[in-house]
Design a protein around this ligand. Sequence first.
Ligand code: FAD
Ligand code: NDP
Length: 504
Amino acid sequence: MSSYDYDLVVIGGGSGGMAAAKEAMLCGAKKVALFDFVKPTVHGTKWGLGGTCVNVGCIPKKLMHYAASMGPALHGDAPHFGWNIEVKGHDWNAMIDAVQQYVKKLNFSYRVGLRSKKVEYINALGRVEDPHTVSYVKNGETQKLSTKYILIAVGGRPNVPSEEEVPGAQQYAITSDDLFSLKTSPGKTLVVGASYIALECAGFLTELGYPTTVAVRSILLRGFDRQCAEKVGQMMQEMGTRFVRALPTRITKTTSGKFQVEFSDGLPTEEFDTILYATGRLPDTQLLNLEAVGVKLDDKGKIIATCEQSSVPSLFVVGDALSGGLELTPVAIKAGELLVRRLFAGSTVQMDYHLVPTAVFTPFEYGACGMSEEAAIEKYGQANVEVYLFEFPTLEIAAAHRAKVLSARVNEADVELSPNSLTKLVCLKSENERVLGFHFVGMNAGEITQGYSLALKLGCKKSDFDSVVGIHPTDAESFHSLAITRSSGESWVAAGGCGGGKCG
Ligand code: FAD
Ligand code: NDP
């Protein structure tokens, strides 16, 4: 007989927490409770069960990415291929309704999922009292649960510069937590930040037709392959996103309800309808009382752990709140499931944080698995790294003569979009050109990269890619006929052709 009320108490009902709680019941845990509570944003936005991914992350973002991708297809490609349709514009509220309806359906199914696995769901803020006790407030009274194990899966929340750093930012800016349920169309938007969230949001806002400016502090997509990150930026610019290398220094509200932004670096003051900050996220650990019970945190407040176990042996962590982890939903889910299998089902399988594939859902997506060219050179030396490249237009985009926006054209003849796909393998010469890094910028890069990540996990070589017959005509077949190396000095940009393949 356990001396605790529960075998496991999970704090946080997002990707990692939900998966771990349900899996624990399947692995033989007798009693599991899961806390989930959403603190509203400064603008009052809140949401249901399921955490960031479902409510204010991956899901609404991917749906808006899809909705937005129809814009250039409807305006440009469809008429070219004979469709006679009148596009009157985009109805923001209709899109929000469709997205939110789907999110609500998921919220409901997550509740049902917990119930069917007999996980007790507590809609309150959990707090750690000691290594085996979690407290919460119900109807004004503090309740306590004793538990063998505690799993922290509280995720993170957007980090907006303080009032001292950028006056007006905290008060007037929205974040991704607000965007996906915004009641009025965003209009002319300033996005601050230059990584996943900033570029994804700026990308879909641009394609939906809202004039969008991205304020970049340093580089696009820090940590990713530089050439690919720049390609993402180039394609976004050609599709209408404006990039400025300056940051807001003050935001004020005008009498007409717009926002006046003063900038650094001499950029003139400008008015926007919406300011979206996407300047990183901080773990939601402040109210958990963790340091008082002996849990070690890093300088951002993330929990330091070995194999997901914190400095307090009964307290574990998965997902965005784990120091040194990866802020991705499938990572949180897999780490949560593997952890509870170890705790309750005698498994010894650990989470492998290497070769995790990822995709940035910009208008032309960017998928990556493994090392960037820069990271490979830093680790193995320039002479030991070979890079294979091919840049080409997707067949359908080229045939539709998809056009650049006017502001991205250098002269009258410069009308068509640049080659929109970039295929890249980073290989280690001394190990028979083992593939260290897989990179693809182009349509459906997320889908493509997911498949190839298996090959990287299996330790594939460049010659393995060469031995595979492509599927024609696709963008992905380009990976099976890569012949131009960076060291050759030859151009890797296709003059025309049929997408990723070789025909004729
Ligand atoms: P979360 O999913 O954040 O869940 C934590 C939950 O705990 C929340 O509901 C929170 O309110 C609750 N909570 C916090 N404190 C307490 C408490 N004390 N008591 C009770 N409940 C509490 N990842 C991808 O893989 N692909 C994508 O395309 C993608 N897109 C994204 C887009 C955006 C805009 C954002 C913001 C993120 C995106 N991510 C994406 C990242 C992904 O959403 C996160 O990595 C993932 O949700 C982390 O899961 P988690 O379990 O750590 O926490
Ligand atoms: P990141 O931490 O990845 O990037 C933050 C960005 O904001 C960087 O460009 C950074 O610039 C910039 N920045 C930071 N502080 C400031 C400031 N004070 N002023 C101006 N710019 C600033 O955060 P994100 O919010 O984009 O994403 C968080 C995580 O969520 C990602 O790392 C990812 O793991 C996950 N995610 C995954 C997605 C996917 O899988 N498709 C989609 C969205 C999110 P600098 O480089 O100069 O530091």
